[in-house]
Each structure stands twice: as C-alpha cells, then as structure tokens.
Design a binder for this molecule. Structure first.
Ligand SMILES: *[C@@H]1O[C@H](CO)[C@@H](O)[C@H](O)[C@H]1NC(C)=O
Ligand SMILES: *[C@@H]1O[C@H](CO)[C@@H](O)[C@H](O)[C@H]1NC(C)=O
Ligand SMILES: *[C@@H]1O[C@H](CO)[C@@H](O)[C@H](O)[C@H]1NC(C)=O
Ligand SMILES: *[C@@H]1O[C@H](CO)[C@@H](O)[C@H](O)[C@H]1NC(C)=O
Ligand SMILES: *[C@@H]1O[C@H](CO)[C@@H](O)[C@H](O)[C@H]1NC(C)=O
Ligand SMILES: *[C@@H]1O[C@H](CO)[C@@H](O)[C@H](O)[C@H]1NC(C)=O
Ligand SMILES: *[C@@H]1O[C@H](CO)[C@@H](O)[C@H](O)[C@H]1NC(C)=O
Length: 671
C-alpha cells in the first residue's frame, strides 16, 4: 500500500474522531509525503487578468542550452561529499512484548522493527545531533525499566561519532515521560524539527519542550513536556484544532507554516505560535500553543498561472500557487512550496519572499522535485528529485512548453513520479542560481557503484525531508528500501535484501561536505505577522473560491514570435475544465526554441483520488535551429488512469518524448 493511501485513511480517522487522542500513537500519517494529493489542488486555478511576466530565477531553456543570462555566476564544480549511515536502535525479531532482549540491546534502551516507522528530522543547534521519530517495539512489560521504550517516540542521534553517557549513539527524548507532561498530545509526530532555541522540537502538531534545558542528555523524561498546537477554525473558538499537516517551523522559532486539506484541495497558512498555559476555550483545555495572526498564503490577484484577458490567454510566471508548503529559507525570508508548473508537466519547488512576494523557481530540471531544504546561508538547496532516473522525461523532457494542458494534467503528471512504494527520489545539491546550462546540481550520494551495499543503490528511495546543519557543512536525509508490491509478486523487479543492520528497511544518512568551512551564524529574518501579499485568516470564514476558468477559444502569443490557439471545454456541470486543446504556430517565448504542433487532453476524476486522462500530442520543437525534440502519442492516443494516493502507472497507448534522438518512454504498466 502506498504511503498516500495510509495518509488518506489517517485523515479520515482524524476527521471522524475530530478530537486529539494521545492513545493511538501508531498512526501512520506522520510518515507520509503527500505531494500528489496536494497537487490536484493546483489544478484549474483562477482566471484573473494579470500581465505576463517571467520568473526571475532558474533556467527556462532546454537541457544543454545555456540561457543567455549572464547575471548568474558560472556553476560550481562538483565537491567532495562523504557519506555514512547514522546509528539507530537495534532491530527486534518481532513486535511481541519482550522480543527486545538484553542480547539485542544490552543497555535495555529499546528496539525497533525491520519495517519500522521512521523519519529523520533536523540537526539541533550544535550540528552534531539529529532528531528522528522511531517506533519502538518488543519492550518487556512494566515494571521492567525497559518497558518505556515502546511506540512512536522522538529520539536524538549522535552525528559526530560520539556516544551518550550510557554508551548509546542515540537517546530517546520522550520515552518514559509522565502522563501529566503530555496532556493533549496528538498522534502525529511527523517531520521532527528542532527549534532555533535548541530547547524545543516541533513534531507533527506537537511541540516537545525541555523547558530551560537543551534537547540533549540533560533533557530527562521528567523535564520534557509535549504541548499540542491549537488552530482555532470556528468563530466562537470552541472545539478541537483544525486539521494541520506538513507543519514547518520558521527559523525565528515563533512562526509556523502548515497545509490543510479542504473539500476540493489544499490551502496553506502561516501563523504565530503563542503559549497558552490555561486555555479557557477550544480543545484540549490543557496547556498548548495557540496560533494567532494567521495568514492564508493565497492572493486572489495572483492566484493563477493561467489567466485570460478577452480572447487572449496568458501565462503568469509570478503567480502564487502554493500547493503545499515545504519549509523556509535558511535566514527565513522565503517560504518554499510545490507550485503549479512553470513548464508543462514539470513539477518544481519554488520559494516566495514573505515580505515582497517575489517568486523564485528553485528547480527547473524536467524531472519531479519535492522535499527541499535551503542552506542556513541561503546559498544552496538540497532537494529530493527524480532527476537522473529518467522517470518523468517522457512527460517533461521537452522544455519551454507553456503549462497550458497542466490545468487538467497536473494530478496525473505528479502521480507518475512513484511506483507505489518505489520512489525515484535521490538527494541533489544545487546552488542558489539553480539549474542552468548543463548544470543540474550534484547528486549528494552520487559517488557509489549503485550496488546493494552502496550509498546510491536505487532501491533505497529518498524520503522527506533532507535537512542542512546550521553550520552549513552537513546534510541529513533518510531512505526507505523498496517494498512489495513495488517489487516482487507481480512486479517484474525482484525485491532486494536489506543491507542495513538487522535487515532494517529504512536508514538515515549523513552527508558531510568535507571541503566546506562552517558558515557563521546567520541573522534570522523574523517572519511578518501580516504577510503583505497573503489573505488574513478569520476563524469561521469560508475558504476562498478560485475564480472559474472561462470556457472558450483563446490565443496565446509567444513573447518572441508565433502564437498558440487554445480551446477550453468545460465539464458538463460547468464547474471545471473537461478538455484543453492547444495548437502552436511557430511559438517562441525564449527566442531559441520554436514550437509547432498540438496537444489535446481530456481529464476525468471518477473519484477523489482517481484520475483519468485521454491525451493526444504531436509537438515538434527546434532549438537554436540545430536541436530537435518531439513529444508524440501513439495514433490511438495515450490513456492513463492513476490513483494519486497509490501511484500505480496504468496506461493504454504511448506518450514518447525524443530529444536529439534520445527516446524517453513511459514506464511499463504496474512499474
Ligand atoms: C487586456 O487586454 C487589453 C486589450 O488588449 C489591454 O489593453 C489590457 O492591458 C490587458 N490587460 C492586462 C491586465 O493584460
Ligand atoms: C513492524 O511494525 C509495523 C508497524 O507497526 C508492523 O506493521 C509490522 O507488522 C511490524 N513488523 C514485524 C516483523 O513485527
Ligand atoms: C460554537 O460554534 C460551533 C460551530 O459553529 C457550534 O457547533 C457550537 O455549538 C458553538 N458553541 C457555542 C458554545 O456557542
Ligand atoms: C471554439 O472553436 C470551436 C472550433 O472552431 C468551435 O466549435 C466552438 O464553438 C468555439 N467555442 C467557443 C466558446 O467559441
Ligand atoms: C487562431 O485563433 C484566431 C482567433 O480565433 C483565428 O483568427 C486564427 O485563424 C486561428 N488560427 C488558426 C491557424 O486556426
Ligand atoms: C513558421 O516558420 C516557418 C519558417 O520561417 C515558415 O515557413 C512557416 O510558414 C511558419 N508557419 C506559420 C504557421 O507561421
Ligand atoms: C485500456 O483499455 C482497456 C480495454 O479497452 C480498458 O478496459 C481499460 O480501462 C483501458 N485503461 C486505461 C488506463 O485507459
């Protein structure tokens, strides 16, 4: 089962319970990265008249062609990166009480299981410790002192090869906490992120707080408190928190960003955390963090990449299309997110300046980018990306195609990035100026032989999030080994044996950028309480409505030459877009590539998660008069059905992109 499926189930459970219940710590929703769901939210967005403008960063040009933008410095040379796996508790044979024996763990400090729920978090202040959430199993029954090592817990891992006083390279922070210190804790401990004060960790919608002590050896169970975060969503302030997901703490330690599903998609927010020791309204009525000064990260005037003006259709590259928040830049001035494509079928990460609203495209390689972290000095990006795998090239390999059909194809083009549990992500290091010319960053774990015991065995799939150390010399990320049915069974690829200790199927990796000097402590730019371009959030008010796309016939003019005729056909209800057809006539917006041919796509959504497209393409592009690319469907068209939460590729017909004779084909069905 795909992670997104778990996510969906968990969300349903959360919705039904509508209350925070600390007993069910086994919920899996914490371990999910759910871009595909959110990406369906950036579909068919508003039609609002905005002048055409162009993005201010990232290459808009074809692979191999240097954009004639001399303002960017030359790309960096590859640098030395050393990799080690970080230690984790030993693996128990099974989940039975007592299966974590003293033979397995002589210190009696817990075990995890082979397919453990795991998620690495971030570095703490000293850059030598990493937070993680693990699920302990096999603890002996109380009153055995080892009985506290059970269930989902926050641990701290040594990242410098040293040990804690008891001889372990990890230490559980939340194990054995008295119940009175965790009243109202929610199930979700996902994305554990250390605060800049060194004393707190955000984990899911909880804040784990060591009071005056640092998250360290001194942080003993009696000193730790877990406080839930409460987001009031009703006018009279009653009831439980609104449902938050993908929470990210700002480096100022005061502001929080999060995403939240709506009936039709997802919206993203930024708010201010305020400790409320004795709340008098809302649930739980225990000490908690309340959110105030909430900004809905949405601007009605810049809500859509595609807009129309009379009979003209326009592409607005400075639209604010925050599909799902991913985090903040190192100094905190920008918020990162997955947004509506800037080039057709190419999913990228973007950053927007919280003060000015300037949008920056962080990645532009045609492959799919998602979990991302910007370095403390804002000069580097590390991103989990399918680049190098060839997975998405059949869709996005042709560059500079305006993102017109993407009004209805984004859900499917985002969902093909995975095959269920087989993800094609690996971590990539890219400088601030992004992909350009022949530079597409450096694979963090690129120096291996690809074999099962190597750091770049493709069966170990990148997960969310990679994170920078505050000294700028290390990156921590984690990977999961592909599991059935994404291998074995009916899948043509056999399942690999785990090479990790105890046959563990997840691992945390530490990358050291050995040629780098520590960066000095940066001045953090506190996030604004009122984001000038955002929409104030008022509890109880309804979500904003995206203006409807107008059905009709339009022309899109190339900035350099040519045009495209675009037809938008509405669904029978008139509330959505059923079909988009585009025909290009010597279209060029960059002065280098000239596009001709057509695409016509119809989309249906038989259920919330299921998407089907009927797709016809015959595009021909010449670049600089010398290079040649085509994107073509078979004569019977390309018909793809995909569940955005399961990510199993299932198509009839073909869609093929050819670039200078290199043929990029779609994956085989089921793979
Ligand atoms: C819309 O089109 C009209 C007529 O061509 C033009 O004058 C106007 O500037 C356009 N508006 C925008 C926002 O592009
Ligand atoms: C490991 O833990 C997971 C999650 O709780 C559980 O589904 C699985 O059955 C466990 N595996 C073993 C071998 O006990
Ligand atoms: C507060 O508002 C909610 C939602 O509108 C409603 O269900 C509830 O009864 C109200 N409670 C009070 C005390 O007014
Ligand atoms: C768009 O053009 C097509 C084909 O030329 C035509 O059949 C259709 O009526 C037009 N639609 C609108 C809304 O003008
Ligand atoms: C494109 O659309 C415009 C406006 O409807 C029309 O005048 C023109 O003939 C169309 N071009 C082609 C090649 O169909
Ligand atoms: C496109 O450009 C080519 C070469 O300049 C020219 O032969 C052709 O007629 C043009 N086609 C259109 C539809 O303008
Ligand atoms: C592929 O074709 C078969 C036979 O017509 C049909 O049953 C199936 O639904 C099609 N699948 C897709 C993804 O279009």
């Amino acid at each position: 089962m795909g992670g997104l499926h778990f996510l969906w189930q968990s969300l349903e459970i959360i919705a039904k319970e509508a209350s925070k219940n600390a007993s069910n710590l086994r919920m899996l929703s914490t371990f999910i990265i759910a871009a595909a769901v959110s990406l369906s939210t950036v579909l068919a967005r508003a039609v609002v008249p905005i002048a055409d403008s162009f993005p201010n960063a990232g290459s808009q040009f074809s692979i191999g062609l240097d954009p004639a933008d001399d303002s960017n410095p030359p790309p960096p040379e590859p640098e030395p990166i050393s990799l080690i796996e970080l230690p984790l508790p030993p693996v128990a044979l099974n989940d039975e009480p007592g299966s974590c024996t003293l033979e397995l763990n002589p210190h009696g400090t817990g075990c995890i299981n082979q397919t453990t729920n795991l998620q690495s978090g971030s570095f703490t202040l000293d850059s030598n410790h990493v937070t993680a959430v693990v699920e302990f199993v096999g603890a002996p029954a109380a009153p055995n002192p080892a009985s506290i090592y059970t269930g989902l817990q926050l641990i701290l891992i040594k990242a410098d090869g040293t040990l804690f006083f008891n001889g372990d390279p990890w230490r559980c922070i939340t194990c054995g906490m008295p119940a009175k210190n965790m009243v109202g804790q929610s199930q979700n401990l996902g994305y554990p992120q250390a605060f800049g004060d060194g004393k707190r960790v955000l984990a899911g919608d909880n804040i784990i707080d060591c009071g005056e002590f640092e998250i360290s050896e001194e942080c003993t169970p009696d000193r730790v408190h877990v406080y839930p975060i409460h987001w009031n969503v009703v006018a009279n302030g009653s009831g439980p928190s609104g449902t938050m997901r993908e929470l990210r703490i700002h480096p100022d330690g005061v502001h929080l960003a999060w995403s939240s599903f709506t009936a039709t998609g997802q919206l993203c927010y930024l708010g201010r955390l305020e400790f409320n020791e004795s709340p008098t309204t809302g649930l739980p009525l225990s000490s908690r963090y309340d959110l105030s000064n909430i900004n809905l990260l949405f601007d009605i005037d810049r809500a859509s990449t595609i807009s129309v003006n009379g009979t003209e259709i326009q592409v607005n590259y400075d639209a604010i299309t925050i599909g799902e928040v991913r985090g903040f830049s190192g100094t905190g001035r920008e918020i990162t997110y997955i947004g509506y494509p800037a080039e057709s079928c190419n999913i990228d990460v973007f950053a927007i300046d919280l003060y000015t609203g300037t949008v920056r495209r962080l990645t532009s390689h045609p492959e799919y980018a998602d979990p991302v972290d910007i370095s403390p000095d804002d000069q580097w990006t590390v991103v989990m990306d399918t680049r190098g795998s060839g997975r998405q090239m059949f869709l996005a390999g042709m560059r500079n195609v305006p993102p017109i059909i993407d009004m209805i194809t984004t859900a499917v083009t985002a969902s093909t990035r995975n095959n269920g549990q087989r993800r094609f992500f690996q971590p990539w290091l890219i400088d601030r100026y992004g992909d350009r010319g022949t530079y597409f960053g450096q694979q963090v774990n690129g120096a291996g032989n690809g074999r099962p015991d190597s750091v770049n065995d493709p069966n170990w799939n990148g997960m969310a999030d990679p994170k920078w150390s505050l000294d700028g010399t290390k990156i921590v990320y984690w990977q999961a080994l592909v599991q059935p049915p994404a291998c074995g069974e009916s899948n043509p690829f056999p399942c690999p044996d785990s090479t990790a200790a105890g046959g563990r199927t997840s691992r945390i990796m530490l990358a050291s950028l050995t040629s780098r000097e520590s960066v000095s402590k940066q001045v953090i730019i506190e996030a604004p309480d009122v984001v000038p371009w955002a929409t104030p959030f008022t509890p109880g008010n309804s979500d904003p409505e995206y203006p409807m796309l107008f059905a009709g016939n339009y022309s899109l003019y190339g900035r350099t030459c040519g045009y495209a005729n675009v037809t938008i056909v509405p669904t029978s209800s008139g509330k959505g877009v059923a079909t988009v057809a585009v025909t290009y006539y010597n279209f060029s917006s960059d002065g280098l590539s000239i596009l001709n041919g057509y695409e016509r796509v119809s989309a249906q959504q038989p259920s919330l998660a299921m998407n089907h497209v009927d797709w016809y393409s015959d595009l021909v592009q010449t670049v600089n008069g010398t290079r040649h690319a085509t994107k073509k469907t078979s004569s019977d068209g390309f018909h793809l059905s995909i569940n955005v939460m399961k990510n199993i590729f299932n198509a009839n017909g073909t869609l093929t992109t050819t670039i200078d004779g290199i043929i990029y084909q779609q994956p085989q069905n089921g793979t």
